[in-house]
Each structure stands twice: as C-alpha cells, then as structure tokens.
Design a protein around this ligand. Structure first.
Ligand SMILES: CC(=O)N[C@H]1[C@@H](OP(=O)(O)OP(=O)(O)OC[C@H]2O[C@@H](n3ccc(=O)[nH]c3=O)[C@H](O)[C@@H]2O)O[C@H](CO)[C@@H](O)[C@@H]1O
Ligand SMILES: C=C(OP(=O)(O)O)C(=O)O
Length: 431
C-alpha cells in the first residue's frame, strides 16, 4: 500500500514556491466552458482532480490540454454532450460547476453526485435553490442527477448560508442567463473573485465579487482569453504553520499575502514571527508557542481548510487550545490519528480541546482527506521515530507533488510502497 513516510525532522528551513489554487482552478476549468472560443490558463496544478476533469471532459468533446510549458488550453466548441460519466464526475467535489457553466448554453446537464472530501454532511441545497429560482428543474436518479432549463433567467437569490460553491455556481449560471441576477449573502472568498475576474475578461458582466452582493447581467457571447490562477492560500498557510510546528524559517513565495490575513494573525498570536513582503511571506519560529483558540468561518475568517494543520500546531503549544469548527462540525477525522501519535485532544460536537505540549510518537496513521493528511505530515515532523501516513490519494487531490514541497523545507519525507501486517505493523517496503 502506498504510504508517506515522515521521519523526525525537528527544524524546517527553506523556500516553497506556491502553486495555483486547486479550488480556484476547479471553478475556472468549468467557467472556461461558458466561452465561445479557446481559453488558456496558467498555473492550474496537475492534481488528480484536474486529470479526472480532463478525462471526463474528453468523453463529451471538451478539448482540454496541458501544453509543454504547463499552460492548460480549453476549447469548449467541440462539446457534443452534457451528460457526464456519473462515476468520474462523482470522484471529485465540483462537477456541479459544469451545471452552472453549461446549463444556459445547452439547456440540460447531468452529472454524478458530488464527491471530494467527506465531512459527513456537505449539502448542495443552496446550489439547487439558486438554479431553481433561475428556472431550472432537477431530476434525481440513483447515481446522477439531471438539471434542465428551457431558458435560464436572472433572479435575486438570497443564500441562507454563506457558501463559496453555490456563489460561484450561481454566478456561472447567471453569466449567460437572460436578464439580471443578484446574489445576496454571497461568499467573499478570493476564489469567487478570481472566477469573476476571469469571466469579466472574456466578456461577462459581473460586479461586486468580493462583497456580499454580486450583480450579473447576462450576455449572449463570450470570447477567448488567458488567465493566471491565483496562488493556493491553503498550501501557503500550511507551510507557514509548519514553521511554527517544527521550528525554523519557512518562506512561501508567489503568494498574495492579503489572502492569508487570518492565518498570519493567528500565527503571530501564538508566537511565530511573520514577515510579509510584496508576494512572499516568511514565518520564523521563536522556539515557543502559546496556546490559543481558532474558530473557523467563511472568508475572511479562519479557513476550515487550515483548521487541521493548526490543530497539530496546538499539540506543540504550551497550555490549552480550543478549535471550534463552525463550517463542517464533523471535520475532525485527523483528531483520532493525532491521538494515536500521543496528542492530548478531547472532543465535543464541533469543538476540539487540545492540551500541549505533547511529545508525539511516530505511528501508522490514515489521512481521510487532504488537510487531515497535511496535519499528519506536520505531526510526523515532530514525532519521534517514523510516521507512515496512508490515504495518500486523498493528499494528492490537493498537492501536485507533496513530497517535493516538504523536501524543499528539509523534511525527511518520501513515498513508499509499504506492506502492513494484520496487526497494523510495518512488515517492510515492497520492492
Ligand atoms: C472545491 C472547493 O472550493 N472546496 C472548498 C469549498 O467547498 P464547498 O464549496 O463545498 O463549500 P461551501 O463554501 O459551499 O460550504 C460552506 C458552508 O455552507 C454549507 N452549504 C454549502 C452549500 C449548500 O448548498 N448548502 C450548505 O449548507 C456547507 O455545509 C458549509 O457549512 O469551500 C469549503 C469551505 O471554505 C472548503 O473547505 C473547500 O476546500
Ligand atoms: C475540502 C477540500 O476539497 P474539496 O472541496 O475539493 O473536497 C479541501 O480542499 O480541503
């Protein structure tokens, strides 16, 4: 079985160049299908979700190609079907963006139910509400659902909860819908803004992205164009947190520091020195970490996707820390694994109480999702001995080359094919 092996790496030092954002890329790849010409993107990471989208797209005539220079070109003109393979489209979260992007153009789209990281409950009722208000109807089948609209029209949609996915999806649908759409209580995430900037570049009429009210006036045509994806703020945040966990100096480059406001503030609060430059950030450990609390929330609050690495950091801070998960109250699968490594964490619904500083021990642990995996790599850096992390495929949904990235800050890490025994012991490496 593939596993990531992390050996005790008590101090990290180095520079990490941050790739394009996975979450923005997933929206942009679908958004490109709104165009009537060819689109080129720079910075789309070569992660598993990208590969499955290009395979699933190929089956319906969507021409998506990664060029030698890393750019991704997309030609939506040859699409001949909008029925996506249920299995492929269910293997990641955002196949639903293809509904938003293709509904106005083709009148009917079918995709598998959303996959991606599993936090027990990830409803899509707000996506459905927005589409229905714009004139769409839904039919649910065993492993896929169909959405139809003879003519998609603008609507005023108030989101009952702030959701980046439904905000982006409704915005995509509204770009080619008839008339004006107003999205109220919209998400303000950088990925929403990035998608709107790209769409406006190719001829959409969107204003207000980045505020809680977005207005979109439908257009009938969109031209081709080129766009660079924003940097991945979640990868950047994880590496800054790594410096706090293990000690040392980590610089992340090619970032937009404003996207990391809450993370920077929290790291400073616990005693990590932060130096912000134009498009780089350095985190410098002071050798001491204070306990603190985080409460996740939608942007610009502390991101749920950095809750897990921060939980690992709190295991190394002196005193009692509190992690309140307000976006996905069940997103705590990493806690059991951290406990296995010796962390002192008590749970109540939606809240983890972390008592530090714990001396962690290498162990065999399981990454249930991308960020849980990162929190375990960080724990492995400071655990005595060797940590083996299974569930590598989950981590690779978010990281193009997680090994190289952690190597660049001096972590002793590699991917191995390990044979585990029935009692969950390491029998050896499969040669
Ligand atoms: C591919 C992608 O971009 N994934 C990110 C996106 O997921 P995703 O877009 O799925 O998350 P949302 O922003 O939609 O979810 C935010 C909150 O709204 C709730 N909700 C959402 C939709 C809906 O129809 N009804 C509803 O109740 C969710 O349960 C959650 O509590 O934002 C999450 C929250 O920042 C991140 O963890 C994910 O990494
Ligand atoms: C939850 C995540 O991804 P997805 O929404 O694609 O499952 C994530 O990136 O942490």
């Amino acid at each position: 079985m593939k596993a990531i092996r992390v050996d005790y790496s008590p101090s990290v030092n180095g520079v990490v160049q941050i790739p394009g954002s996975k979450n923005s890329s997933l929206a942009l790849l679908a958004a490109a299908c709104l165009s009537d010409e060819t689109i080129t993107f720079q910075g789309i990471p070569n992660i598993a979700d990208f590969r499955v989208i290009s395979e699933m797209g190929k089956e319906v005539g969507l021409n998506m190609k990664r060029e030698r220079n890393g750019e991704v070109s997309i030609d939506p003109r040859s699409i001949f079907s909008t029925s996506f393979d249920p299995k492929k489209s269910s293997s990641f979260r955002t196949a639903y963006y293809f509904i938003g992007a293709l509904l106005a153009k083709y009148g009917k789209v079918s995709v598998g139910y959303p996959g991606g990281d599993d936090f027990v409950s990830r409803p899509i009722d707000q996506h459905i509400k927005a589409f229905e208000m714009m004139g769409a109807t839904f039919t649910y089948h065993q492993d896929y659902y169909e959405v139809e609209a003879k003519e998609l029209h603008g609507a005023t949609v108030y989101f009952d909860t702030i959701t980046s996915g439904a905000t982006i999806n409704a915005m995509l649908a509204a770009v080619r819908a008839k008339g004006e759409t107003v999205l109220l209580n919209a998400a303000r995430d950088p990925e929403v803004i990035d998608t709107a900037i790209f769409l406006n570049k190719i001829g959409a009429d969107i204003s207000g992205a980045g505020t809680d009210t977005i207005r979109i006036t439908g257009v009938t045509q969109l031209q081709g164009g080129s766009h660079r994806v924003i940097p991945d703020r979640l990868i950047a945040g994880s590496f800054l947190i790594a410096a706090g966990v293990a000690g040392g100096n980590v610089t992340v480059t090619d970032v937009i520091p404003e996207h990391l406001g809450s993370c920077i503030a929290k790291l400073e609060e616990v005693g990590v020195e932060i130096d912000v430059q134009d498009n780089a950030i350095t985190a410098r450990s002071t050798g001491k970490l204070a306990a603190s609390r985080i409460r996740t929330g939608m942007y610009p609050s502390f991101p749920t996707d950095l809750q897990q690495p921060m939980t690992t950091l709190f295991t190394q801070a002196e005193g009692k820390s509190i992690v309140a998960e307000k976006i996905y109250p069940n997103r705590f699968k990493h806690v059991g694994q951290l406990r296995k490594m010796g962390a002192d964490i008590r749970m109540r619904t939606g809240v983890a109480f972390v008592k530090g500083k714990s001396s962690l021990q290498g162990s065999i642990v399981m990454a249930s999702d991308i960020r849980a995996g990162i929190s375990l790599i960080l724990a492995g850096m400071v655990a005595k001995g060797t940590t083996y992390i299974t569930g590598v495929e989950h981590i690779e949904r978010g990281y193009e080359d997680v090994i190289r990235a952690f190597h660049s800050i001096g972590v002793q890490i590699k991917k191995e094919d390990i044979q585990f025994g029935l009692d969950n012991q390491v029998l050896g490496e499969v040669k």
